[in-house]
Ligand binder design. Structure first.
Ligand code: PTJ
Length: 243
């Protein structure tokens, strides 16, 4: 019997949740493969928040609470894995919550918005337009939401939209367990941590950062350094894997 606080137990419960959410339509089939890729990287970082991820999460909090118009972008996987945690982060950071999907249908958008509302988020919805410079359906967003945002938090992003948002002059905070992905490398700041650990850590930091610490962290973004540290932490772990 695996103890309930063991990472393996949590990972089994997560798999069941994702399978259920795929059957109900919240998670896309592609979302399941994305999760599998994430699990492999999570194993490499030791299924824990590393030092560099902890620092990235505090910087993310500083950026979010200093922003004028921050938006948390939610897709199927994020909603299935962390809907209540998104609501808590919204409260702590004051960000808008907006659904943006790769595999977009009106029904899926509504289903995900309903789930977010049921779990406490104040979801920014309304008429979406094709506003982002992308050929696929992630181009659809709201003019007063993501399109006007200065900071966008994008858990489980695809590289195209991340690059497009950065080109539009936005500060993009990605949560991605793969430090080598195009998203991780093109975001302004990448948190190499599992979504369900990262989001509560950012929310906690939003509440406990002092104003001087917040200013200092918001000015200290160095994504290249943080990704190099994430890779170094993985390598160190692999070096001792057989000990
Ligand atoms: O719900 P939709 O229609 O918008 O579809 C969303 C998916 C996930 C299919 C879409 O965003 C996608 O294709 O993502 P990618 O390009 O597969 O990238 C997902 C990245 O997130 C990969 O680098 C994974 O390693 C990483 N990842 C997967 N699960 C997690 C994760 N990172 C953090 N926490 C996770 N739980």
């Amino acid at each position: 019997m695996i103890p309930k606080d063991h990472p393996r137990y949590r990972s089994l419960v997560t798999r069941e949740n994702l399978a259920r959410s795929t059957r109900s339509g919240i998670v896309s089939l592609e979302g399941l493969t994305a999760h599998g890729r994430g699990e492999a990287f999570d194993y490499l970082i030791g299924e824990r928040t590393t030092e560099s991820a902890h620092l990235a999460e505090r910087i993310a909090a500083a950026i979010l609470i200093s922003a004028k118009h921050p938006v948390i972008s939610v897709n199927g996987n994020t909603a299935a894995l962390a809907a209540p945690q998104i609501a808590a982060l919204q409260k702590a950071s004051g960000a808008l919550v907006e659904v943006n999907l790769f595999h977009r249908t009106k029904e899926r958008v509504k289903q995900i918005e309903d789930l977010l509302r049921e779990t406490g988020s104040d979801v920014f919805s309304g008429e979406a337009e094709r506003l982002l410079p992308l050929s696929h359906d992630r181009a659809w967003c709201r003019r007063e939401g993501m399109y006007s945002a200065d900071v966008v938090l994008v858990p489980l992003e695809d590289g195209d939209r991340c690059e497009a948002l950065v080109r539009m002059g936005k500060t993009v905070i990605a949560i991605d367990l793969n430090p080598l992905s195009r998203t991780a490398r093109s975001a302004t700041l990448t948190i190499v941590d599992e979504l369900t650990r990262a989001i509560p850590n950012i929310a906690a930091a939003c509440k406990d950062l002092s104003a001087p610490e917040c200013r200092q962290l918001a000015m200290s973004v160095n994504n290249h350094y943080l990704l190099s540290e994430a890779i170094r932490e993985i390598t160190l772990r692999l070096d001792h894997a057989m000990d």
